[in-house]
Ligand binder design. Structure first.
Ligand SMILES: Cc1cc2nc3c(=O)[nH]c(=O)nc-3n(C[C@H](O)[C@H](O)[C@H](O)COP(=O)(O)OP(=O)(O)OC[C@H]3O[C@@H](n4cnc5c(N)ncnc54)[C@H](O)[C@@H]3O)c2cc1C
Ligand code: FES
Length: 273
């Protein structure tokens, strides 16, 4: 394997497997032809030759070096075509870019994670990382919401997390079916049920903008300090390199200064949600 040194030039990755997570979400398992590593929360630009590219945060473990998993929600043109790719297809990858989660600052603390919809993709990568460092953490709580049970992704992940010492995972759906035995309601209702030692905890939020907004407000209400709330911001991006300005959020380039920010850093910036 060679190592990619040109950040403008995509390296090739072969589609090894496609996992259907929900009616609108698929995970592509990619085998990079170039040595690749990333830190959890950093993102890549995934290219379809001659068609276009889009930013995604790998959903796999940064400790796994020979595969990259990317979980993609069908949102428009490029993601629609990515959903149709056959096994064996070759994609381009640029990156990794941006600033991920400052894992070392979580050591010695409890970590409360609020996720919604496809926002569980970067969170899964974060969870795999926290599992590696579990001896350095007090507790990890995941609260994940989706619209319906069919929209809930990574179904086996929840029983796996609940089997690990110091980890607990909760799910909610907005609209239940007759088999649903867990919480019913928007994702933030789970925050009323979890026990967290707030002065010794950090919170992570990733999901649709409305959940990010009300999730953050709920965490503030619970007593979390803005500096202890970590948000993964998604803005329309192009270059991914701090050059084109597409991703500007006030004084920040989300692609370069983020996508992970504390609420303290962004609370006074315009249009954060
Ligand atoms: C740092 C980062 C990480 C991301 N990680 C993931 C991920 O892991 N999984 C995933 O499914 N999606 C992720 N996204 C969103 C993904 O990049 C967009 O859904 C994708 O670019 C849409 O491309 P499209 O051509 O299919 O849609 P388009 O036809 O271009 O647009 C469809 C809809 O998606 C919106 N959109 C377009 N580009 C973006 C964008 N960059 N960010 C947010 N919304 C956008 C448009 O406003 C429109 O409403 C991430 C975005 C960012 C910035
Ligand atoms: S995407 Fe071009 S500056 Fe951020």
């Amino acid at each position: 394997m060679t190592v990619s040194t040109n950040i403008y030039k995509p390296f090739r990755a072969r589609l090894e497997k496609v996992i259907e997570e929900s009616p609108l979400i698929k995970t592509l398992v990619l085998v990079p032809e170039t040595e690749f590593s990333f830190k959890t929360g950093e993102f890549i630009e995934l290219t379809l030759d001659g068609i276009g590219e889009a930013p995604f945060t790998p959903s796999s473990s940064p400790f796994v070096k020979d595969r990259i998993e990317v979980t993609i929600m069908k949102a428009g043109y490029v993601t629609g075509l990515m959903h149709e790719l056959p096994v064996g297809a070759v994609l381009g990858v640029r990156g990794p870019f941006g600033r991920g989660y400052p894992i070392e600052t979580f050591f010695g603390k409890e970590v409360l994670i609020l996720g919604g919809g496809c926002g569980l993709a970067p969170i899964r990568s974060l969870l795999y990382t926290l599992i590696e460092y579990k001896d350095k953490l007090k507790k990890v709580i995941l609260a994940y919401g989706s619209k319906t049970p069919r929209d809930c992704i990574y179904k086996p992940l929840f029983s796996y997390l609940n089997s690990i010492d110091k980890f607990e995972a909760h799910r909610s759906v907005d609209i239940a079916d007759e088999n649903w035995k867990e919480t019913v309601g928007v994702a933030t209702v789970m925050l009323d049920k979890v026990k967290v030692d707030i002065p010794n905890a950090v919170a992570v939020v990733c999901g649709p903008p409305v959940m990010m907004k009300f999730g953050t407000f709920k965490l503030l209400e619970m007593g979390f300090a803005p500096k202890d709330i970590f948000l993964s911001m998604e803005k329309n991006m192009s270059c991914g390199l701090g050059k084109c300005g597409h991703c500007m959020m006030g004084e920040y380039f989300v692609c370069k200064d983020g996508p992970v920010f504390t609420y303290e850093e962004v609370k006074n910036q315009p249009h954060i949600w």
